[in-house]
Design a protein. Structure first.
Length: 212
């Protein structure tokens, strides 16, 4: 348990529209940039140079951080650690019994994304050197699909009294975009469609670097 809640219902509703919606929107924007750049990088229209690389990598770092923030919002209490009193988590909005019944269990891809965001972005860690080629790659479109499907599984169960319309809209508008990206980048090697993966500094198709 978190202990005493610091925000009342109206404040939590504003928080959802100000901050949770922004996390989803940043996930959508940065994921869209990454998809556009990755498509170009595997075509004759590849964009090269320091500015292009800086934009790609800053987009990936932003995507990683916003992914981790949303993963923790959904799964922190049940999978990782006791929430601090100042943490805003799903349990602030939805009853634990509803979460247990409705929330999609965390996927292996999201567990991996959280580790990578921590070890490869948020900290100067030894893992930046020791992680293998596959461990550093980001399948950003599939991460976004898993995350947005998890959000969708519970957002309709946030009580109407919270009135967090912007947050609800941001989830409903973002999922079709990434589902479409995954379908357009479909590969027979992966029935879900691998899309493209990125390691900092380089773009890859997942089957370019073999199994984990």
């Amino acid at each position: 348990m978190k202990g005493e809640r610091r925000l009342d219902k109206d404040q939590l509703a504003r928080y959802a529209d100000d901050h949770l919606a922004r996390e989803v929107e940043m996930l959508r924007w940065t994921g869209s940039f990454l998809a556009a750049f990755s498509t170009l990088s595997l075509s004759s229209r590849s964009i090269e140079g320091d500015i292009a690389q800086a934009f790609r990598e800053s987009s990936l770092e932003s995507f990683a951080i916003h992914s981790r923030n949303l993963i923790d919002f959904l799964y922190l209490q049940n999978y990782y650690r006791r929430a601090r009193p100042t943490d805003i988590i799903l349990e602030d909005y939805v009853a634990a019994s509803v979460i247990k019944d409705k929330l999609i269990p965390i996927t292996a891809l999201l567990k991996d994304a959280r580790i990578k965001a921590d070890k490869l972005v948020a900290h100067l860690s030894l893992e930046r050197e020791t992680f293998g080629f596959y461990q550093k790659a980001w399948m950003f479109n599939l991460i976004a699909v898993d995350l947005l499907e998890a959000l969708r599984s519970v957002v309709d169960n946030i009580p109407a009294g919270f009135h967090c319309a912007r947050f609800r809209r941001s989830v409903s508008r973002s999922l079709p975009l990434f589902t479409d990206i995954a379908l357009r980048q479909y590969s027979e090697d992966d029935e879900r469609g691998p899309g493209l993966a990125m390691e900092f500094g380089m773009w890859h198709r997942p089957n370019d670097y073999g199994p984990a």
